[in-house]
Each structure stands twice: as structure tokens, then as C-alpha cells.
Design a protein around this ligand. Structure first.
Ligand code: FAD
Length: 296
């Protein structure tokens, strides 16, 4: 059924690293919802696979000793959506991954797979960018952490060093990134289920204690460029501003400065630019309301 040369199963991170060093051409497989589809299509036919799916230590959401939210790379989308830590501190991530594919895909698909595939339309990616997530990689030389922005090199390529036997072991959201922040994700797709995003937009804000000022605003898109991206010009418009309708308008209009969507069979560049503006406005309004603010 699947044209696979060999399947090696790792029971621990150390075993996964050793297998990767021993079989440098082999591909990592987690839930397999990308890998097996590609293999069946013949794109990865005849490959060796290293399954990390049995490494239970890579599952679950915790708060670590530095107060980061730590999401193990094998944590499934359904787990993330139902997790009490995510619901309390970063509910928007649970809502974003709840828009992936179908219930079956959300049960098998992992956050590690969704980021390691390097795909710009990945439903977790814009929210992880907007919350300044840190990617943790573990290899023969130990643990390496890098900002998610630096993890994405180009479309379909991320910074995982096969020659060092690396696998992604966790995604961290630092306390400074989630404390008192509230966000909203909008996925625009051609239909509601089993659909890859035509555009994804994630916004979050932290308001001043009296709710009169946006202390910090972050916005990121998927499919607005070859890799997921932040939009600094719009963020600069909102940072320190009063939450008003005029600000929301200016914020939406500013996103055009930084995004660079392309024409594809799903949508034209012009259409993506058009909806990007509207999605930014709606997601900012919703984030302000979730943070307890009011729009003047
Ligand atoms: C029908 C269908 C619908 C889908 N709909 C959506 C959707 O709406 N939104 C969306 O975002 N995605 C969607 N997907 C894509 C897919 O489900 C996700 O990208 C999922 O997160 C992949 O996770 P996985 O564990 O199955 O990854 P896998 O298929 O196992 O791996 C994906 C890639 O990541 C690498 N990898 C995985 N984990 C690690 C790790 N820990 N360390 C290093 N490398 C690793 C693999 O080598 C591979 O290159 C859909 C897929 C299908 C089949």
C-alpha cells in the first residue's frame, strides 16, 4: 500500500537522535497526516521513515520552571484545543488548531508536524508567530532554541539540522508573550471543513490596566507570503494607541505595507490583499473586546 523502504521506531528522544544519525536519508514521521499522504502520492516513495509517534514524553502541555507554556511536539490538535493551560492563557491557539481539516486529522495531526512541514497555510503558524513562540530542537549536541520567525527558512524548509540528528521536541510560549494577552484567529477558506487556508490572520493585544490603551499588539498571517509572517507596520500603528474605530481602520490599511501574497488557483493576490485588510480589522476588534476593552 505504501512504498516504504524501512520503518524505524524510536521509543525516546535519544533513540530518535541515534536513528537519525544512523539513517541520514530517513524522514521523521509523527502523526503521518502529511507524510503518508505524500508517500501515497508517490512523492516520497521508497523512503526510510523514523517514527517518533511512540515518544510519550513529547506529548502534553505544561508550564515549565521559567513559566513558559511548553507544548510537546507530539501534542495533537484536539489535545491543544481542550487543554486547560491553553484555554486559560492562549485560547486563540486552541481555536486556531480546531479549524484544521476534520476531527480525524485533529486527533492524529501534531503541532510539531504542522510547523516542521514549513507550510505557510498551517493553521497553527500565524498564531505561533503572533505569540512569539520559541521552537525547541534536540540533537546530538543538546537542546537549541530559536524564535519561530527564524525557524522558517523558506517555503517548505525549516531549520532542523539532520546532520546533528535533530528533532523538534517542543514549542514554548514565553510568559512575557502570553501574560494578559487576548487574541483572535480568522481562517478564510473556500469552504468550512477539510480546507487549507486561503489566508489566515491572528491578532492579539494587551491593554493597559484601565483598558484605555493598547499596550502591545501583534499580528501575523499565513499565506500572505511564502512563510508565515508578522506585520510590523500595522503593529506600530496599534502600539500605544487608544482602541477606537479610527485606529482599527488605520491598522487594517497598514497591513498592505508588509504582506506579499501571491496569485494561486485558490485566490488572486488582489483578493488576498483585500481580505487581509478586513481580517485584520475584525481580528483586532475581537481581540480588544476579549481583553475587556471597548471601541470608542
Ligand atoms: C485531509 C487533510 C486535511 C488537512 N487539513 C489541514 C488544515 O486545515 N490545516 C492545516 O494546517 N493542516 C492541514 N492538514 C495537514 C496536516 O494534518 C498537518 O500539517 C499536521 O499538523 C501534520 O502533523 P503530523 O503529525 O501528521 O505530521 P507528519 O505528517 O508526521 O509530518 C509532517 C512533516 O513534519 C516533519 N516532522 C513532524 N514532526 C516532527 C518533529 N517533531 N521533528 C522534526 N520533524 C518533524 C516530518 O518529517 C514531515 O516533514 C491536512 C491534512 C490532511 C491529510
Amino acid at each position: 500500500m505504501y512504498d516504504m523502504k524501512a520503518l524505524y521506531e524510536a521509543g525516546s528522544v535519544e533513540e530518535a537522535i541515534a536513528l537519525r544519525l544512523a539513517h541520514p536519508e530517513a524522514q521523521i514521521i509523527a502523526g503521518g497526516s502529511d507524510v503518508l499522504v505524500q508517500m501515497r502520492e508517490g512523492k516520497r516513495a521508497g523512503k526510510e521513515l523514523i517514527s517518533i509517534y511512540g515518544i510519550d514524553a513529547l506529548r502534553g502541555v505544561t508550564i515549565d520552571e521559567e513559566e513558559n507554556i511548553r507544548i510537546g511536539s507530539l501534542t495533537s490538535f484536539s489535545h491543544i484545543t481542550k487543554d486547560p493551560i491553553i484555554q486559560r492563557y492562549c485560547n486563540v491557539l486552541g481555536q486556531a488548531v480546531d479549524q484544521v481539516g476534520s476531527p480525524q486529522i485533529r486527533n492524529i495531526g501534531t503541532i510539531g508536524g504542522n510547523t516542521c512541514n514549513g507550510v505557510t497555510s498551517a493553521d497553527s503558524a500565524s498564531t505561533l508567530h503572533a505569540w512569539e513562540a520559541i521552537v525547541e530542537l534536540t540533537g546530538k549536541n543538546g537542546v537549541r532554541r530559536l524564535p519561530i520567525h527564524d525557524f522558517y527558512i523558506k517555503a517548505g524548509t525549516v531549520d532542523i539540522r539532520a546532520e546533528e540528528g535533530e528533532i523538534q521536541t517542543a514549542i514554548l510560549i514565553p510568559k512575557a508573550s502570553y501574560e494578559n494577552c487576548y487574541g483572535h484567529y480568522i481562517k478564510y477558506g473556500l469552504r468550512n471543513a477539510m480546507e487549507i487556508a486561503t489566508l489566515g490572520c491572528s491578532v492579539n493585544v494587551r491593554l493597559s490596566p484601565d483598558k484605555s490603551t493598547i499596550e502591545r499588539c501583534r499580528i501575523a498571517y499565513g499565506v500572505a507570503g511564502p512563510v508565515p509572517m508578522r506585520v510590523p507596520t500595522a503593529e506600530a500603528v496599534a502600539n500605544g494607541a487608544k482602541p477606537t474605530e479610527a485606529l482599527v481602520e488605520a491598522f487594517g490599511n497598514a497591513v498592505i505595507e508588509d504582506i506579499n501574497p501571491r496569485d494561486s488557483w485558490r485566490a488572486s493576490k488582489a483578493f488576498r490583499q483585500h481580505i487581509a485588510v478586513e481580517m485584520a480589522k475584525r481580528a483586532l476588534r475581537e481581540s480588544i473586546i476579549l481583553a475587556g476593552g471597548e471601541l470608542a
